[in-house]
Design a protein around this ligand. Structure first.
Ligand code: PHE
Ligand code: CO
Length: 296
């Protein structure tokens, strides 16, 4: 095997916390995980399985079981890939950290999901400002076994390549879609609202907040509305968007986005916490504790 992969993380500089990008793929250096690494996985796994019992969509929880994920040890990418390739033709590839947009889109377009090989430190159980193995594997990989969601993710990758060619505003519109679905999406089920977004399921605090707090808005999914909505990267979200099904999500995103990008280019973006007259409101947030500035 090649040399030990690097652990590419944000760097604290005099200009703040700067993201650093990796590019290539790496073998998962499984034998090099320490006892402490496996223990971080075990603690987070147990804690989130408990928190998510009646909060995550059943699909997500069942798929984790189909993968055989457990608290025992950090999963081996090779073993997950045997299940994943057979299931939906996706595969996991190891990476050293955040990827540049185009590299990320190209992976998705080829049904490869990049997973950070390293796991957070014990003092980062509650919060880490960038994706690590726990977020990527526990949070993103389970739904790749869902055929409709799997196709959505690939279509998103292809759409990303296209948006990148159109320009930075189109890319921003598309990034917001990813943020409010893949990372922070809720789904309406017969049992009530449930979580499917990876950014929520990998956070204990936000798993409770997204469903139970009175503070955030919970609004019906609307493609163009989402593409115009700014978001928060360093606090819980002020608004969550609710889909009825993964089929709805896939169908709504099937049309060519080019005319939408063009139309949106002349329209102002919405602040993260605003409710618009046309919104389907599941819950109107009280706005308690909101930081008004710093929307992306
Ligand atoms: N239909 C989108 C486009 O034309 C592609 C896409 C599909 C984007 C699914 C996101 C999700 O760009
Ligand atoms: Co993510």
């Amino acid at each position: 095997m090649n040399s030990q992969p690097r652990r590419v993380e944000h760097q604290q500089t005099d200009r703040g916390n700067i993201p650093v990008y990796a590019v290539g793929t790496v073998e998962q250096p499984w034998a090099s995980y320490s006892r402490a690494d496996h223990e971080v996985w075990a603690q987070l796994f147990r804690r989130q399985r408990e928190v998510l019992k009646d909060r995550a969509t059943r699909e997500f929880l069942e798929n984790q079981e189909r993968f055989g994920m457990s608290a025992d040890a950090i999963p081996k990418f090779d073993e997950l890939n045997q299940v994943l390739k057979k299931g939906t033709g996706w595969e996991i590839v190891g990476v050293e950290g955040l990827l540049p947009d185009q590299v990320f889109f190209d992976h998705l377009a080829h049904r490869r999901f990049p997973v950070t090989w390293w796991i957070r430190k014990p003092e980062q159980l509650d919060y880490i400002s960038e994706p690590d193995l726990f977020h990527d594997l526990f949070g993103h990989v389970p739904l790749l076994l869902n055929p409709v969601f799997a196709d959505y993710m690939q279509a998103y990758g292809l759409g990303g390549v296209k948006a990148h060619g159109i320009g930075p505003e189109a890319l921003m519109n598309l990034t917001r879609l990813y943020w409010y679905t893949v990372e922070f999406g809720l789904i309406n089920t017969p049992e009530g609202l449930r979580i499917y977004g990876s950014g929520i399921v990998s956070s204990k605090g936000e798993s409770v907040y997204a469903l139970e707090s009175d503070a955030p808005n919970r609004l019906g999914f609307d493609l163009e509305r989402i593409m115009r909505t700014r978001y928060k990267i360093d606090t819980y979200q002020q608004t969550y968007f609710v889909i009825d099904s993964f089929e709805q999500l896939f169908e709504a995103t099937r049309p060519d986005f080019s005319p939408i990008y063009e139309r949106l280019a002349s329209l102002a973006a919405f602040p993260a916490g605003d409710v618009q007259p046309a919104d389907r409101v599941f819950h109107r947030g009280t706005g308690e504790g909101w930081v008004k500035s710093g929307d992306v």
